[in-house]
Design a binder for this molecule. Structure first.
Ligand code: SAH
Ligand code: SF4
Ligand code: F3S
Length: 460
């Protein structure tokens, strides 16, 4: 095998893991190619959190099996679904050659040299100290600070797929960050299922590991320009994290704090370990210290037994908090979770109708929140060309997607200041400003189609 391609589903943790495995493949001498057809080894990094990502994996493995038979493609599967019996059944059905669980990613070399079927699901400790090389030519990087999850939310498969929480040492985290900074990274996102439980693994404070608030300060001291983190759990919420955010200029005023439901009764059945009132108390603490904080959340609609009155409480909580954005999910019964075993699913129509109403609410709030930025100056990190190459795209410190026209002196990736001209519920549109606060002259736009039409005809 010489050419490899990785297909990634799921969250940022999976993106980080794909990068980790990719760097192993490169060090083994394989070339990474950007599509399946050019590859002789394809690895699918899977997600199991809801039914939909599992269905996607089935479809893609079905296609890959055809290529396995037609041209000898070698097929691998890794990640959360691979760790589950459900995933292993799928892997058997689609004749997967290499299967790596969430804790055995470093065995990829052994897998490739085994020349036959290689399946490994063991959780190996060395993954916690492993430092993948930094991403090349990118301003943004992910950095996993912990693996696993110690909570037992009744709907969630993640504790099964990723095991109990293990925090990485601050030395290992900072060493990785320094390598990222040397490679030109300006924004780091610290990743974990519950980053604010960092340093407290399986209920015990780990000697030698600081609290998450202290870690934020240490990361701030490295000189990185922007720090983001996800996800925080309301049950592990402490005021000292908000204070560390306030005192550390590099930390963006952006908090993703999944509430899941606005009804304390549903929260109890979800085993989330906080009530509506406790959650609202946390939001008050955030707003007290960070009046400009941008807040986002995850919400599950149609959890088993959720009544219309429960759902109304979710809608009213949304109004009380005034979220800038939200990820909204229909409850998906996952085999192996307590809610799958003990509760009966609500009818599909009830769930989709509630989701529609919640989406309306989210759009209203996002429109209102984003409109308030029009006319304001914001710092933007631009990644590079937008879909239309006359424009650049990126994110604000509050994680709002932003699009700006290219301007003199600002034609590629970098951190700039922009003035917001227009905002939709999802995206902001701005103009780039120079150091003097004046709008930079825009580059003349070219229209690729018109350019093609007016191009001289090739000589025949
Ligand atoms: N550890 C994080 C995120 C875990 S997964 C936290 O607890 O906040 C990301 C999101 O997927 C969850 O926040 C939840 O909203 C959603 N999710 C998890 N299991 C789900 C299920 N069975 N059905 C629908 N959504 C689910
Ligand atoms: Fe990420 Fe959870 Fe999906 Fe695993 S199951 S990839 S942790 S969202
Ligand atoms: Fe899942 Fe809850 Fe952990 S949503 S990842 S069990 S915090």
């Amino acid at each position: 095998m010489t050419k490899a391609h990785i297909i990634t589903y799921g969250c940022q943790m999976n993106e980080y893991d794909s990068h980790l495995v990719e760097s192993q493949l490169v060090s083994l001498g394989l070339d990474m190619v950007d599509n399946v057809d050019a590859a002789d080894f394809v690895l699918v990094n899977t997600c199991a959190v809801r039914g939909k990502p599992v269905d996607k994996v089935r479809t893609v493995l079905g296609d890959l099996r055809k290529q396995k038979h037609s041209r000898g493609l070698v097929v691998g599967m890794m990640g959360c679904l691979a760790q589950l019996e459900e995933g292993q059944q799928i892997a058997r059905k689609f004749e997967v050659d290499v299967l790596l669980g969430t804790g055995s990613l470093l065995d990829i070399g052994e897998a490739l040299s085994s020349n036959g079927r290689f399946w490994n699901l063991a959780f190996k400790d060395e993954i916690h100290d492993h430092i993948p090389p930094p991403p090349q030519g990118k301003l943004q990087a992910h950095l996993t600070i912990m693996r696993g999850c110690d909570h037992h939310c009744t709907y969630c498969i993640v504790p099964t797929t990723r095991g109990p929480q293990v925090s990485r040492t601050p030395e290992s985290i900072l060493r990785e960050l320094h390598m990222q900074l040397e490679a030109g990274v300006q924004e780091v996102t610290l990743l974990g299922q519950n980053v604010n439980a960092y340093g407290i693994d399986q209920g015990r404070r780990v000697p030698g590991i600081p609290s998450f608030a202290e870690l934020l300060r240490l990361v701030g001291d490295t000189g990185v320009k922007r720090i983001k983190f996800t996800t925080s759990h309301p049950m592990n919420f402490t005021e000292d994290v908000v204070l560390a955010m306030r005192d550390t200029p590099a930390v963006c005023d952006f908090i993703h704090l999944p509430v899941q439901s606005g009804s304390s009764r549903v929260l109890r059945r979800m085993a989330r370990e906080y009530s509506r009132e406790t959650y609202l108390g946390h939001v008050e603490t955030i707003k007290k210290h960070l009046p400009n904080a941008v807040l986002s959340t995850d919400i599950i609609v149609g959890f088993p037994g959720e009544t219309e009155a429960d759902f109304q409480e979710t809608l009213s909580l949304y109004d009380e908090v005034g979220y800038d954005s939200a990820f909204m999910f229909i409850y998906s019964a996952r085999p192996g979770t307590p809610s799958y075993r003990h509760f009966e699913d609500l009818p599909r129509e009830v769930k989709t109708e509630r989701l529609q109403r919640l989406i309306e609410k989210q759009k209203e709030w996002s429109a209102r929140k984003n409109a308030a930025y029009v006319g304001r100056h914001v710092e933007v990190l631009l990644r590079g060309d937008a879909y239309d190459a006359n424009f650049l795209e990126g994110h604000t410190r509050g994680n709002h997607p932003i699009v700006v026209p290219k301007a003199v002196g600002a034609t590629g990736a970098g951190i700039y200041t922009a003035r917001i001209e227009h905002a939709t519920p999802h995206t902001m549109y701005g103009k780039l400003l120079g150091l003097d606060g004046q709008v930079l002259p825009e580059l003349p736009r070219f229209n690729p189609e018109a350019a093609a039409l007016s191009a001289p005809l090739p000589m025949l």
